[in-house]
Write a new protein. Structure first.
Length: 409
């Protein structure tokens, strides 16, 4: 683990929060409403009949115009915010998930628009952290704009529990996979001139979702034609975060993500006791530190010098073993992917350490996956500089070019 000393300094937290915004994993303190509707004709909601708990996967229940930032409007694309049906990976029940769908300008090509389902980076665990609550999708809009310019319909799931009732199962891979795949179905219902051909592209939390979608593309994604998955800084396996036991020392960014990790695990493991893993000033300010990643920044800065590495350590070896086991259960790979993958790590990533992802890729290669693994020296977590090459990789998959593989090299 990366060590950052015994205390948290004001400058360190400021750098982390600013970096979160720059890399598209931040959250606004004044988000738009995710579920509200407008009364004028420009913002009116189009609803289909409510089928209750048996909602069809990908069925669009609500649809309204989405006011995207200039990154999208400059491309001439249109955008809508939707509420669509999906499935819980925890209990298999029908769910409703919010998200956005973007359509390029002009006419669809022969065979219809190809679709890319985008997985967004970590924003938080509360409803006001939903990307559809922000014109910039809290930083993901740059990736969307690049895909629109390349000629794709783009679907961006908020993920279950962000912007909709219920808790957010942070990093639960099946739920994330189902949300990503059903966003493709929803996009095809919103945009009639679309094909069944789709790919996924995600970063950080969304990179894990994109990878998990690749493993579920054939069975859960029946009726769709999957071409590949590009995963940037994916949170594929975070179990090493506590692999060394109760003496583990988290980096500052990892400390900021820790409450979300505990929240996600608690949905599958209600016996989880937060006090086993956070203490002192961190526990006293747990509600603040579990807010959207960069929300209430001033209050978080005020904690500088109070929160220490000891505040985010398992209380004993038994607690460390429990959480390591739970994290191992959701670690990727969990099965063979149903198409080729592109996996990127930044050499300076101090959130998801490059060695963790490299080990996950090695296991996937051993299972027979086709993966191009790229380590980018000098880059950090979810670095925007990696996006153009990822889009180029997606372009090649839709073009039918053979997927390169670094497995075995």
């Amino acid at each position: 683990m990366t060590s950052r000393g015994s205390g948290v300094r004001r400058g360190g937290w400021a750098m982390v929060l600013a970096g979160a915004l720059a890399f598209g994993v931040g959250c606004s303190t004044t988000p738009e409403s995710t579920t509200g509707t407008t009364t004028d004709s420009a913002g009116s909601v189009t609803s289909v009949s409510d089928t209750g708990p048996d909602a069809t996967r990908g069925q669009v229940f609500e649809q309204q115009p989405f006011a995207a930032s200039t990154d999208v409007t400059a491309t001439g694309a249109s955008a809508v915010k939707i509420l669509y049906g999906s499935t819980s990976g925890i209990d298999g029940g029908a769910t409703r998930v919010s998200g956005t769908v973007f359509t390029p300008a002009g006419n669809a090509p022969d065979g219809g628009w190809p679709i890319v389902s985008v997985g967004h980076g970590t924003t938080g665990i509360s409803d006001d952290c939903a990307p559809s609550a922000s014109p910039t999708l809290f930083g993901t809009v740059g990736m969307v704009a690049a895909l629109l310019q390349a000629g794709y319909v783009v679907a961006v799931s908020d993920f279950e529990g962000l912007g909709t009732p219920g808790d957010h199962p942070y990093l639960e891979p099946d739920t994330a996979a189902f949300n990503v795949i059903d966003a493709v179905r929803a996009a095809r219902n919103v945009v009639p001139d679309t094909s069944t051909r789709w790919a996924s592209l995600g970063a950080s939390q969304g990179g894990q979702a994109s990878w998990a979608a690749a493993e579920n593309a054939k069975q859960y994604g029946d009726g769709l034609d999957f071409v590949g998955s590009a995963n940037l800084s994916p949170a594929a396996d975070v179990s090493p975060i506590v692999a060394t036991g109760p003496d583990v020392a988290l980096s500052i960014p990892q400390q900021l993500l820790f409450p979300y990790l505990l929240q996600g695990l608690s949905m599958s493991h209600p016996e989880l006791d937060v006090a086993d893993y956070v203490h002192g000033a961190f526990l006293d300010n747990y509600e603040l530190l579990s807010s959207c990643l960069t929300a209430r920044a001033g209050e978080k800065f005020a904690l500088a010098g109070q929160v220490t590495q000891n505040d985010t350590k398992p209380v004993d070896q038994a607690a460390a073993d429990r959480i390591h086991g739970w994290l191992s259960d959701i670690a990727l790979p969990r099965g063979r992917a149903d198409g080729p993958m592109y996996v990127v790590v930044g050499g300076n990533d101090n959130v998801i350490l490059p060695a963790w992802t490299e080990a996950a890729v090695a296991r996937a290669c051993a299972d027979g996956d086709v993966i191009e693994f790229v380590s980018r020296p000098g880059e950090g977590h979810n670095d925007r500089a990696a996006v153009p090459d990822a889009v180029a990789w997606v372009n090649d998959r839709f073009a039918g070019l053979p997927a390169p593989s670094t497995c075995g090299t």
